[in-house]
Design a protein. Structure first.
Ligand code: HEM
Length: 684
């Protein structure tokens, strides 16, 4: 009787209980090892002896005793375990040699970056063992760059070597620009963003042809037309949010907001659901749902965000059997509820399309059309899981990042009343101008570009509190990069972490005050005719439109308001001159400046040089929603600050809040304050 070697190998492997863990490549190599060992024996005689021994029959006539077979089995297991144990170290040795060959500073870390370090961070933090600044924190940070600290020791570009391979960590703007501009040479790492794949493949984690197809379908939706809707809807939702804070009986002078973060998340979700999903919502309203659920729309998103990791790590078929009150049970509940809301909205859009009453595409109609009609270049339709994947990812990417930026900006303004004064003057002036033009509403086309301090505040908040701190790429082949005039070859397969928070806090780029929140660094103060719009007054008279006491606008005088006109440049800027960006530095020095492009944005604020400001990334894989987010931010600010100013709640000091802002919420996908900071809006 013959027994094939693979069958024998499976018996051995199963006894280790380990085969499930293996990628196909691993399985293959483990078989090879066992084959070499077993080949020392006479397979024809060994095999029957195994079977006979197992079935309890006599081993008479066999030349090898069962003890020998047992010892051989143990030996195989030992060798297998040793090789398995040594494998990462052997790999590490190989990676080390490849890293040394690059010639850049190098650091060895004992664990793979990415998901592993994310988990390690969370577990150790939850055990209370992770204090910022400690050796352990620094060691774990090696796999998860955050800020410029690591670069102080290692330089603006260095390599980390771990059992998983090489990672190039970059806080140099020129290399960041180079990598971001070469999509084919530096694609996203394989299996990147798998965690956001939970409903299906989507534009953020696709690459190559698939990405091009997804971008062709979804990109055109984010045009000026949608920005007009975003503007309108942002003002509407900001009003609704303000109303939700006011006591139902009467208006009061001070509105207390215990959890501004949750409210901005709801605000962001409602805005994108209306503007991109064609489904306008009241403050507490739910969109249509394909099946019944006890979770509200907002609760399903909140719960989904909280349990994203469990959903990602647990097979769906297992998740559905989880006990309802367990973490996995809640994860499944959120996953199915949110999926039903998306299906409900898709069904609604299909009905609109069938009825012929959708003249302009929103995101969902664009996805539905791509599902129904084959793409010309791709010769294929979008698959249902891709429709769901994209419907999910735009909601997800489109609300949390913007909401958190609004949240941080609001806290920072409460901490910096001097900057808030400049903002309030701008808001008043924009409303006054609109009134002078005979309008009682702000309009996207006319008023968006009048914002300057609002832009400056948004940009500076994104610089210091960057929602997505690192974007990851991968070298598809050996790739040359130039750093400080020297060329280095980055081997194929190297992960490349573009450390946006590192660049944003790099003193060579942003000056010695790089870590300070200084919105004035974004304002062009002279030289290009873009004088700031506003003239802060010693004691500001309320502007005509701001003075209104009801929702009905008062008729304003046609004469220019005291805060309007071609005013001389602001004196407060002079006081803030010390914070102006560093001047452009010479080319011979490797040092670059954030403002070295010398250009301005259309709004007279600094347009940073390429590679120096990366909250939205750059190049063809840059954020599709950059303008969407900016329009939302400006419209919400213009609405909230029209009649109110923001302050920290009583008992909360600037220092206490500053301490909290240094942390980050554990487990959150994008940056969020680690605890709620109560704010209040005070009538001005
Ligand atoms: C302050 C707000 C936002 C920030 C800071 C931000 C940041 C980013 C970053 C850093 C990326 C690149 C990610 C990577 O390559 O790994 C990205 C991509 C993307 N973002 Fe945003 N985002 C914001 C708002 C939005 C909004 C409002 C939308 C949609 C409405 C959106 C949709 C997308 C999409 C679709 C991509 C993938 C682009 C592609 O690969 O083709 N984002 N975002």
């Amino acid at each position: 009787m013959h027994l094939s070697v693979p069958n024998v190998s499976m018996i051995v492997s199963n006894s280790c209980g380990d085969t499930d863990d293996y990628a196909p490549g691993h399985i293959h190599s483990s078989l090879t090892i066992q084959y070499q060992h077993w080949s020392d024996f006479d397979m024809v005689s060994v095999a029957p002896s195994i079977l006979e021994t197992r079935s309890g029959r006599s081993t008479q006539g066999s030349t090898i005793s069962s003890e020998t077979i047992f010892i051989a089995g143990v030996l195989v297991l030992c060798i297998y375990s040793i090789v398995k144990f040594l494998r990462p170290f052997l790999a590490l040795y190989g990676h080390l040699r490849r890293a040394q060959a690059i010639g850049l500073p190098m650091k060895v870390i004992p664990f793979p970056p990415g998901l592993f370090s994310f988990f390690a961070f969370q577990i150790i933090r939850r055990l209370g063992l992770l204090t910022p600044g400690t050796k352990l924190h620094r060691l774990l940070s090696m796999g998860r760059p955050d800020g410029y600290d690591l670069h102080k020791e290692m330089g603006d570009v260095f390599v980390t070597v771990s059992p998983a391979g090489l990672t190039l960590i970059v806080a140099d703007p020129k290399i960041a620009t180079h990598v971001n501009s070469k999509r084919a040479e530096f694609p996203k790492p394989p299996n990147t963003g798998a965690i956001i794949n939970i409903y299906g493949r989507n534009v953020i984690n696709a690459d190559g042809e698939v990405w091009r197809f997804h971008r062709r379908v979804t990109g055109p939706v984010f045009s000026e037309r949608i920005h007009r809707v975003v503007w309108q809807e942002s003002m509407n939702q900001a009003h609704l949010m303000m109303q939700s804070w006011l006591p139902s009986t009467n208006r009061v002078d001070i509105v207390r907001i215990p959890s501004f973060g949750n409210d901005t998340l709801r605000l962001g979700l409602n805005i994108i659901t209306s503007a991109a999903y064609g489904c306008p919502l009241g403050w507490n309203e739910n969109p249509p749902c394909a099946s019944s659920t006890s979770l509200s729309y907002h609760a399903s998103v909140e719960q989904l965000t909280e349990h994203l990791m469990s959903i990602f790590l647990t097979p769906r078929w297992l998740l559905r059997f989880a006990w309802r009150d367990s973490t996995w049970g809640r994860a499944w509940e959120a996953y199915t509820a949110f999926g039903s809301y998306m299906r409900g909205m898709l069904d609604r859009e299909r009905a609109h399309l069938d009825a012929g009453d959708r003249t302009e595409d929103n995101l969902l109609t664009a996805l539905i059309r791509a599902e129904e009609m084959a793409d010309e270049k791709e010769s294929r339709n979008m698959e249902p899981h891709e429709v769901m994947g994209n419907a999910f990812i735009f909601l997800f990417a489109g609300h949390e990042t913007t909401a958190n930026t609004l949240h941080y900006a609001m806290i920072l303004l409460a901490q910096h009343p001097d900057i808030q004064e400049l903002l309030l003057d701008e808001v008043d002036e924009v409303y006054d101008r609109a009134a002078l033009e005979g309008r009682d509403q702000l309009e996207y086309e006319l008023d968006f570009n009048r914002a300057r301090w609002t832009f400056a505040i948004m940009s500076e908040t994104l610089r210091i509190y960057t929602p997505t701190g690192v974007t990851n790429k991968w070298s598809a082949t050996d790739q040359p990069i130039t750093f400080e005039g020297q060329t280095y070859v980055i081997p194929q397969g190297t992960r490349i972490s573009l450390n946006a928070t590192g660049i944003h806090s790099n003193p060579k780029v942003w000056g010695d005050n790089a870590m300070e929140w200084v919105p004035s660094r974004w304002i062009i103060q002279d030289g290009d005719g873009n004088a700031p719009l506003i003239t802060p007054q010693p004691s500001r008279a309320p502007s005509p439109m701001r003075r209104r006491s009801s929702d009905v606008f008062e008729k304003v005088s046609d004469s220019p308001s005291p805060v309007l006109r071609s005013a001389p440049l602001l004196s407060p800027f002079a006081a803030l001159q010390q914070y102006s960006p560093r001047p452009m530095l010479s080319r011979s020095s490797s040092v670059c400046s954030a403002t070295s492009s010398g250009t301005t944005s259309p709004h007279g604020i600094v347009k940073p040089a390429k590679g120096t400001f990366l909250p939205f990334s750059e190049g063809s894989r840059a954020c599709s929603g950059k303008k969407f987010a900016t329009v939302e931010f400006v419209a919400v600010f213009f609405t909230l600050f029209r009649e109110h100013r923001v302050e920290l709640e009583e008992g909360w000091t600037v220092e206490r809040v500053g301490g909290i802002l240094k942390g980050r919420k554990a487990g959150a996908l994008t940056l969020q304050p680690p605890e709620a900071i109560p704010l209040r809006f005070v009538k001005r």
